[in-house]
Ligand binder design. Structure first.
Ligand SMILES: *Cc1c(COP(=O)(O)O)cnc(C)c1O
Length: 385
């Protein structure tokens, strides 16, 4: 495929970064299961020396993901957390970070329990209005870390609005784009400096790989991040890179179905008498629906619900009674999952912080998969009545 053309998303998902293997013509990129590369004389390698630094399977995947996010550069990591870790390692002791109050539990834990010990200060604030940031900006502010839609209450943060404020102060903006996937949202186009993905979720899409990725258009950020990537070593293996390359080939098809099923299920839940609240950015009465409409191509299949007058125990019973939805952490795979954030994904966040963000005992998060929606509706009806 010629790479200098501006192909559309589905074509890029299938072809970007991939060339037939020069030694055989194999259409699929081989799994280069090797740790090192032979040199003819010292220092004369063909671009590959040692596989922590570069591996051809991983490189094909990095080119592919960069294309999907309209970025020049991509680095893949052995997990989403490994990718976030590399971004925070751009900072120095004394630096400050502004971030949201409704974050992926693991991100909160890393910031609060690991990097705070290294003298980096994190402000966890409500970002639903970009202007809220202004009060927290000072000389030491070096990074704004955003997640949108947020996890699990599906707040929408105005990426462009935040970037405008950050740009005036020379502050780097990084966006965790895991929930939207590159199919629904491209933060670099909206002014962000770095996009992060837990590739484990929609990009991989088949619940069989743990991986992370960072994408940027800045040569300086890429160079600094690549140095940390190679120096600190959270790099993924070639087999996992291959699985993700394969998974991404259907990303656009899967996302279409996630969005289709998501809309039908969100609407069903909104009208159900046992549900007090449904968090889904596609509803017109969602606080930042218009921003979602502006910055996303569709609204996705992630939905959170609050059960009306249910105790924690009653909520547990509901969460454990599904036939098609599986009770499990994670999201973005072909299978539908249900999750109880308070005891599962968000258990590492103190109750006080959780309550502030609306992550209550009777909240459940659904990752709507790509099964037949009739079967998913049937499953919800047999549980909710
Ligand atoms: C899963 C997830 C992560 C962490 O990624 P891993 O691949 O599990 O390390 C970070 N952010 C969000 C929004 C996630 O859903």
């Amino acid at each position: 495929m010629s790479h200098n053309k501006n192909y559309k998303f589905g074509t890029k998902a299938i072809h970007a970064g991939l060339e037939p293997d020069p030694s055989t013509g194999a259409i699929m990129t081989p799994i280069f299961q090797t740790s090192t590369f032979v040199q003819e004389s010292p220092g004369t390698h063909k671009g590959f020396a040692y596989a922590r630094g570069k591996n051809p399977t991983r490189m094909a995947l990095e080119k592919n993901i960069a294309a999907l996010e309209n970025g020049k550069y991509c680095l893949c990591f052995s997990s989403g957390m490994g990718a976030i870790d590399a971004i925070i390692k751009l900072l120095n002791p004394g630096d400050e970070v502004i971030t949201g109050d409704d974050l992926y539990g693991g991100s909160y834990r890393m910031f609060d329990k690991v990097f705070a010990r290294f003298g980096i200060k994190f402000h966890f604030i409500n970002l639903s209005n970009p202007a809220n940031i202004t009060a927290y900006i000072n000389q030491k502010t070096k990074l704004i870390w955003l997640e949108t839609p947020t996890n699990p209450t599906m707040q929408i943060i105005d990426i462009e609005g935040v970037c405008e404020i950050a740009k005036q102060k020379n502050i780097t903006v990084a966006v965790d784009n895991t929930f939207a996937s590159p199919y629904l949202q491209n933060p670099l186009k909206l002014g962000a400096d770095i996009v992060m993905h837990s590739v484990t979720k929609y990009l991989g899409g088949h619940s069989d790989v743990i991986m992370g990725a960072l994408i940027t258009n800045s040569e300086k950020l890429y160079t600094d991040l690549a140095f940390i990537h190679n120096s600190c070593g959270a790099t993924p293996g070639p087999m996992d890179s291959f699985l993700v390359l394969r998974g991404i080939k259907t990303l656009h098809l899967r996302m279409e179905r996630h969005c289709y099923n998501g809309k039908i299920i969100a609407t069903f839940l909104k009208n159900h008498p046992k549900i007090e609240k449904v968090y889904w950015p596609g509803f017109e009465d969602h606080t930042n629906h218009l921003i979602a409409k502006k910055q996303m191509n569709d609204f996705g299949g992630m939905i959170s619900i609050v059960l009306k007058n249910h105790t924690k125990e009653q909520t547990f019973k509901i969460a454990s009674s599904f036939n098609v939805f599986s009770l499990a952490e994670s999201l973005g795979g072909v299978e539908s999952l249900i999750n109880h954030p308070v005891t599962m994904t968000h258990a590492s966040i103190p109750k006080e912080e959780r309550d502030k963000a609306g992550v209550v005992d009777n909240l459940l998060r659904l990752s709507v998969g790509v099964e037949d929606v009739e079967d998913l509706l049937e499953d919800l009806k047999q549980v909710l009545g």
